[in-house]
Design a protein around this ligand. Structure first.
Ligand code: G3P
Length: 221
């Protein structure tokens, strides 16, 4: 049974991660080679720093594409910190590497998932997380959230322990839809997490409350 909807930040930026962690709503972080390439400094040091800030699961991705290379890199990433999760792509070699690394007790996030069939294989290979990319499917006019719905159904049918980590979230509705479907986690860029707070009626309402309060104080004075 899912007890809580987790929110991960999809970024390698230490300042942004610290700011979201300070809000008290951050459960984890996902990175990928494109995100880490944007940040200064050594990527392994950065991953360690992220783990220290988040104190929760932090995904670091292998760049090797063959089984042996993925194992070597994955084992190295796993050793960086107790919170590290090894991210592997959903390829034949990635699934094989997921099975081996999971068997060694390493948490594995299988990424670049674009179909329920792929997600089924990741679960069978013992993945801790499956990352279906919703925004990139939407980009090619295929409903990304429908894929998530199907994955959630399949995993529930067989009580797979693999957590559904909705990735490539581009706007608050991806987050809301994921929560309605009972996905375990959404990872979103800092700007999308920021958008979750915003509602014009909240701002207008607050402004009016404060104006009324000040008016009453002025009358009493
Ligand atoms: O971390 C993987 C994923 O969330 C990437 O998102 O927006 O580049 O499709 P995006």
């Amino acid at each position: 049974m899912i007890l809580s909807m987790k929110i991960f930040a999809d970024t390698g930026n230490l300042k942004d991660i610290q700011a979201i962690a300070d809000l008290g709503i951050l459960d984890g972080v996902t990175t990928n080679p494109s995100l880490l390439a944007k940040e200064p400094g050594d990527f392994e040091d950065n991953l360690k720093k992220i783990c220290e800030i988040v104190k929760g699961p932090v995904s670091g991705e292998v760049t090797a594409t063959d089984y042996k290379g993925m194992l070597d890199q994955g084992r190295r990433i796993a050793k960086l910190h107790q919170y590290m999760v090894v991210k592997v792509p959903l390829t034949k070699d990635g699934i094989k590497a997921c099975k081996t690394l999971s068997g060694e007790g390493t948490k594995v996030n299988v990424t670049l998932c674009f179909s329920p069939a792929q997600a089924l294989l990741a679960a069978k290979a013992g993945a801790t997380y499956i990352s279906p990319f919703v925004g990139r499917l939407d980009d090619i006019s295929i409903n990304g959230m429908e894929m998530v719905r199907e994955i959630v159904t399949i995993y529930r049918n067989y009580h797979f322990k693999t957590e559904v980590l909705v990735a490539s979230a581009r706007h608050p509705m991806h987050v809301v839809e994921a929560a309605k479907m009972g996905a375990d986690i959404v990872t979103a860029p800092p700007k999308v997490i920021e958008m979750l707070y915003n509602h014009p009626l909240t701002n207008i309402g607050l402004e009016n409350f404060l104006k009324d309060w000040e008016k009453a104080q002025a009358v009493k004075a």
